[in-house]
Design a binder for this molecule. Structure first.
Ligand code: NDP
Ligand code: GDR
Length: 370
């Protein structure tokens, strides 16, 4: 990644494979450096979009998930993905980039997305997840009012966590009962989005996505924490895995499938809200069984329960009813539970092998994870 990111105006760049004057849509993605942002960027670039991502300043580069599609701005004529500094806590930056980029579609994926961490930093979580969404919606509204660009479409990354303690199956008509500052903030963002749709006629959709995972999942979410440990235990770099509640049940899908549903929502005639889920739910313990079993290990030999990973209030059972997305969008998941677990384990075994080379050469401590 280059030391500075490109801040040039849009509209002048096309990929080398596209004809110079080919019409293309322009997308703006917040949270582009996250798991979903990276898959959505790949998906939209494949569809011929010009993609602009807002990234926040950090003391280390935070673009690992998109480095493989980044083109140095000095070769800007080739680049169809551009990155700009902004933050959901900074309203002026949001409006400025909307006015500069002139997007057709805005995907609001940015969030402090860790449920347990939201109990530690509730105020910040609300500022980014709830008020951040409001800031972006307001920026879109005022941008439309100033420019007349009312064809702009907005996607809000909603979450199954909003259902919280309401029993499954959960659909668009199921009531919310959030169980964390994160979930309560996502509920606020959900209703801000509905309100801006109703009040100002903005084409705004809430995707209510159930858990979705991938080899790019953050390493402190339970699925990736498990598959990283499986890889490292298999290769001999680790022996124990400390976890919390193993009885929670989640409807886990593949992130690559879910970003397609986000895009589909914005291609409809009318804006609406959609649950996106596999309609299949498994406990954390079942995830452990499949992940460890796949490489010939018994999870019971390695997992240690640590109270610190229990949450003050837990979400026990999530299982989506995605009938509306199936019927209206024609969306369905392609990757099932076992395939997902195996995909993640395969990647993390390979990653652990690479770590082992560094450990054996004395470049890395076995405890340390790059
Ligand atoms: P990640 O945690 O992987 O990514 C979050 C992104 O938000 C990162 O790019 C992060 O930047 C960015 N971000 C965090 N704070 C700010 C801020 N203040 N201003 C600007 N950007 C910020 O999340 P996922 O990709 O997994 O999820 C995407 C969205 O979907 C999130 O809103 C999440 O809450 C929601 N969601 C996720 C589900 C899932 O199972 N993955 C399910 C349902 C909803 P940085 O890289 O610098 O940290
Ligand atoms: P979740 O995902 O809270 O569902 O939110 P996470 O993987 O963090 O937890 C899932 C379940 O596993 C239990 N658990 C542990 N969780 C973590 N992180 N670490 C542990 O050691 C551990 N042990 C057990 C948890 O208690 C929980 O029940 C994810 C995020 O991506 C949100 O942003 C998103 O909105 C929801 O999914 C849908």
């Amino acid at each position: 990644m280059a030391s500075e990111i490109d801040n040039s105006r849009s509209g002048s760049t096309t990929n080398g494979e596209s004809p110079p004057c080919a019409p293309h849509k322009v997308a703006l993605i917040t949270g582009i450096t996250g798991q979903d942002g990276s898959y959505l960027t790949e998906f939209l670039l494949d569809k011929g979009y010009e993609v602009h991502g807002l990234i926040r300043r950090s003391s280390n580069f935070n673009t690992q998930r998109i480095n493989h599609i980044y083109i140095d701005p000095h070769n800007a004529h080739k680049a169809r993905m551009k990155l700009h500094y902004a933050d959901l806590t900074d309203a002026s930056s949001l409006r400025r980039w909307l006015d500069t980029i002139l997007p057709d579609e805005v995907y609001n994926l940015a969030a402090q997305s860790h449920v347990a961490v939201s109990f530690e930093i509730p105020d910040y979580t609300a500022d980014v997840v709830a008020t951040g969404a409001l800031r972006l919606l307001e920026a879109v509204r005022s941008h439309i009012a100033a420019t007349g660009r009312n064809h702009i479409r907005y996607y809000q990354a909603g979450s199954s966590e909003m259902f919280g303690s309401t029993p499954p199956p959960q659909s668009e008509t199921t009531s919310f009962h959030p169980r964390s500052p994160y979930a309560a903030s996502k509920c606020a963002a959900h209703w801000y989005t509905v309100n801006y749709r109703e009040a100002y006629g903005i084409f705004a959709c809430n995707g209510i996505l159930f858990n979705h995972e991938s080899p790019r999942r953050g390493e402190n979410f339970v699925t990736r924490k498990i598959t990283r440990a499986v890889g490292r235990i298999k290769i001999g770099l680790q022996s124990k895995l400390f976890l919390g509640n193993l009885q929670a049940s989640r409807d886990w899908g593949f992130a690559g499938d879910y970003v397609e549903a986000m895009w589909m929502m914005l291609q409809q005639e009318k804006p609406d809200d959609y649950v996106v889920a596999t309609e299949d739910s498994h406990t954390v313990e079942e995830f452990l069984q499949v992940a460890f079993g796949y490489v010939g290990l018994n999870w019971k030999d390695h997992v240690v329960i640590d109270k610190r990973y229990f949450r003050p209030t837990e979400v026990d059972n999530l299982k989506g009813d995605a009938s509306r997305a199936k019927k209206v969008l024609g969306w369905k998941p392609k990757v099932g539970f076992e395939q997902l677990v195996k995909m993640m384990v395969d990647e993390d075994v390979e990653l652990a092998k690479r770590e082992k080379v560094l450990v054996d050469a004395g470049y890395m401590d076995a405890q340390q994870q790059p």
